[in-house]
Design a protein around this ligand. Structure first.
Ligand code: SF4
Ligand code: SF4
Length: 296
């Protein structure tokens, strides 16, 4: 039996990295609680979010809430849109309380140990070990699920769907809050993502997805076979010079922003397919495609 939030009051900690919609997800949960008649206090830290840094939001609801901050060991549920941020937030979790965590990994450049071998100093996806420590782990590949239902940017809605199964709020409040906060054009994809998250069953689907996700975040298949990778850039999602993470992070200096602030591949022949740019882009604007997969 999970030690999750009660109908009367709850402490919810949402964590992730910039661009994953943590702040939006927190606003939606706060709206749901308000629509359900609760008092709500919320606090956010997102100073480095535009650079792919960590983002967190403390949210507390109840009949009357004095302070927004959750103390260590007092979170009734932690929702993490990124695997490592979920691990980092574990000290906040109340013993036995559920951890809702995305299996997607955003690997910081400082974690690169050997880019040619694709080795990274980053925690493995050890879901079963985590479950032994935490008890109630609801881990899923929210990014893959969101892609499947229409938009990778709706990964936060997948996790909100999981969270909805743990909170006492009515379905109508969730639907109204989702409609009020997500951009109108992406509302259908977010609704589908929410439903997909709510329909997940635990733990079987969780662990099967973790196994399918594989042991290491970065391969460099293209380099290994001597065939350059291809990059697909979704221009509408790229923040250009306001971000520029991929341009600075590319070890081979393949990327640049042109005079119109569009991301361009200036040295395609040098691209090793290391996928750092894809993994670091906080807006999912880059997809690295291994050219030799098509050639098989
Ligand atoms: S494609 Fe590059 S510049 Fe554009 S948002 Fe992603 S990391 Fe930033
Ligand atoms: S463009 Fe991306 S995949 Fe290619 S070398 Fe640079 S970071 Fe790696």
């Amino acid at each position: 039996m999970s030690a999750g939030p009660s109908a009367a009051r709850g402490n919810i900690l949402l964590v992730g990295v910039g661009g994953q919609g943590v702040v939006l997800a927190s606003a939606i949960v706060a709206d749901v609680a308000l629509r359900s008649g609760a008092d709500v206090k919320q606090s956010e830290v997102h100073g480095m979010s535009q650079r792919g840094g960590m983002v967190s939001s403390h949210l507390r609801y109840g009949p009357a809430v004095a302070s927004p901050l959750i103390e260590a060991g007092q979170a009734d549920v932690v929702v993490a849109t990124e695997w490592n941020e979920g691990l980092r937030a574990l000290p906040y979790l109340r013993p036995g309380a559920p951890l809702v965590v995305n299996l997607h990994r955003v690997v910081p450049p400082g974690a690169c140990r050997d880019r040619l071998a694709g080795r990274f100093g980053y925690p493995p996806l050890a879901v079963d070990a985590l479950a032994r420590e935490v008890g109630d782990v609801r881990a899923c590949d929210a990014l893959a699920i969101a892609r499947r239902v229409g938009s990778p940017r709706a990964l936060n809605s997948v996790l909100l769907g999981v969270l909805a199964t743990l909170l006492p709020f009515p379905d109508a409040a969730w639907r109204a809050a989702l409609a009020a906060h997500v951009p109108r054009g992406s509302a259908p994809a977010n609704e589908r993502a929410f439903e997909a998250g709510r329909a997940l069953r635990w733990p079987e689907e969780t662990w099967a997805q973790a196994a399918a996700a594989g042991p290491a975040p970065n391969g460099n298949e293209g380099l290994a076979r001597g065939v350059p990778a291809r990059l697909a850039v979704t221009e509408a999602w790229c923040k250009g010079r306001a971000c520029g993470i991929c341009v600075r992070a590319c070890p081979e200096r393949c990327l640049a922003l042109d005079a119109r602030d569009r991301l361009v591949v200036v040295r395609p022949e040098a691209c090793t397919g290391c996928r750092l740019c894809e993994l670091l882009c906080p807006d999912f604007a880059i997809a690295v495609q291994d050219a030799c997969v098509e050639a098989r």
